[in-house]
Write a protein that binds this ligand. Structure first.
Ligand SMILES: *Cc1c(COP(=O)(O)O)cnc(C)c1O
Length: 491
């Protein structure tokens, strides 16, 4: 891999006077230049790299080959649902009929886009067993904040101002307590039992007239279904609180059960996990928020309203006086909605029912095939994901981090590690419903090989990865000392 382009910065490839191609002369002459205010003009030309086109293409193609993505390999990152992003989604989202729209266009000319928004929110409402969704929030955590603002608005509308306490299980995703804090609410943690579910006895004394609500993930971040959910929902409701469902990863539920039927009042869904739209470095997200009947008025503005007419439907964009206000400019990330809607249409009513069962089957298959080599603290049937507590044989000192690094040598992305915090050597694996038995089998084989290597050649595993473009990095330095512009390099 040692060639001219490899591992170099584009600035290091720069040669004075070299150009990609020359542009035709501006037909408007100097019109633009003459009409730009002097204070907006550059004093001198920017210090951009001077490179030919072939160098640029090779540089970026080589860089992209250094990356790992769901299109290059298996990506079992627990709680992240790194599922495949079908290419037809991209085609639909890139259709010029949608990409050329402007949010301030006349309403008569955007009826199709509004129909997509409305139909998607209706479909989500049906899948979730709730009354209405807003698609405006831009991410899961943003959805949580929006949902908690709905919760707060509900209590304030009833003059229940003292309700500021939000109960969050100790197994919760970190964004749950963070969102509650950003919303100005007080976080109270409820403990888990040894089987990984919420301890109802620990919950009871926390319930009083200061409780705004409780946030839950079900199946929780350990992949365990909270079987006491009906009792928990009743306790919280009896205390006057609302139930919030973190549906970032709704996969295991699809086709099996609905949060609304389990007693939840408010929820968010990550389109960029559950509904196959890209995430992480792959693109923007979307965190729709749904509510049960009676809470719709508090959802954010603006909202899409359908009017039924004799010859079809007509859509307008409206507002509710009781709304919590705006959480986004316009109606959210429309291109993400296009992808999720396409995914739902390609699955259809029949196939969407297989998402939950297949996600569950895949996770249990991997878990059962590896539990003799890796420590499984919570036995029994999991849902879409599960947690190992490191290697079963820890005598050679090989840690979860070492196993994760060694996986990279074999071309697999690592699982989520050291989360949830309940186990020291946590390794959280989520295969998703998309993966074939062959892929799962090769992952299982590699995980078993690493367990053997950890016993036979521990130093080799501890110094992994060996085959990647870069070796072990200083994660802390990488996070704290980021170089994100070329200027810093140029001094
Ligand atoms: C990913 C995730 C979130 C947060 O979603 P973002 O889009 O990253 O903000 C919240 N809860 C759970 C359980 C998650 O897995």
């Amino acid at each position: 891999m040692n060639n001219t382009y490899y591992g170099k910065l584009i600035f290091e490839l720069s040669k004075e006077g070299r150009q990609g191609y020359s542009l035709p002369k501006n037909e408007l002459g100097d019109y633009c230049m003459e009409n730009l205010p002097a204070n907006l003009m550059r004093g001198k030309a920017p210090a951009l790299p001077q490179v030919d086109e072939l160098t640029v293409v090779r540089h970026y193609t080589n860089m992209s080959n250094n990356n790992f993505g769901v299109d290059t390999g298996f990506y079992p990152l627990g709680s992240c649902t790194m599922k495949y992003n079908p290419k037809i989604n991209e085609e639909m989202a890139a259709h010029h009929a949608f990409t050329c729209l402007h949010p301030l266009q006349d309403i008569d000319t955007v009826q199709g886009a509004l129909e997509v928004y409305y139909s998607l929110q209706q479909t989500l409402a049906e899948l979730a067993g709730l009354k209405e969704f807003t698609l405006n929030p831009f991410a899961g955590a943003h959805g949580e904040l929006t949902g908690l603002m709905v919760m707060r608005s509900y209590h304030l509308s009833r003059h229940d101002e003292q309700r500021t306490k939000v109960i969050v299980p100790d197994s919760a995703h970190g964004t749950n307590p963070a969102s509650a804090a950003v919303c100005g609410l007080d976080v109270v943690v409820v403990k888990s039992r040894p089987d990984g579910t919420v301890d109802v006895d620990d919950l009871r004394p926390l319930l009083d007239d200061t409780v705004a609500g409780m946030m839950m993930t079900n199946p929780n971040t350990l992949g365990i279904f909270e079987h006491n959910i009906a009792e928990i929902a009743k306790l919280v409701h009896d205390a006057g609180g609302l139930m919030y469902y973190d549906g970032a990863n709704l996969n295991p539920m699809l086709g099996v059960c609905r949060p609304g039927d389990l007693g939840f009042d408010i929820m968010h869904i990550n389109l960029h996990k559950t509904f196959s739209t890209p995430h992480g470095g792959g693109g923007p997200g979307s965190g729709p928020v749904g509510v049960r009947q009676g809470l719709e008025q508090f959802l954010p503005n603006p909202r899409v309203i359908r009017h039924d007419e004799e010859d079809g439907h007509y859509y307008t964009i409206g507002e509710s006086d009781n709304s919590l206000g705006y959480v986004s400019g316009f109606l959210g990330n429309f291109a993400v909605m296009m992808r999720a809607y396409t995914y739902l249409l390609t699955l259809g009513r029949e196939n969407v029912k297989w998402v939950g069962p297949l996600a569950t089957l895949n996770a249990n298959y991997v878990k059962e095939s590896l539990k003799d080599c890796y420590e499984l603290p919570l036995t029994g049937v999991c849902k879409h994901e599960f947690v190992f507590d490191g290697l079963k044989d820890k005598s050679t000192g090989v840690t979860t981090l070492d196993v994760a690094k060694r996986l990279l040598d074999y071309g697999f992305h690592a699982p989520t590690i050291y989360f949830p915090l309940l186990f020291h050597e946590a390794m959280m694996i989520e295969p998703t419903e998309n993966e074939s038995k062959e892929t799962l089998d090769s992952f299982i084989e590699v995980m078993r090989t690493i367990a053997r290597e950890a016993h036979e050649q521990p130093d080799m595993v501890k110094s992994a990865p060996h085959n990647t473009p870069v070796r072990r990095l200083d994660d802390t330095k990488a996070a704290l000392d980021q170089i994100v512009t070329y200027r810093e390099l140029n001094g």
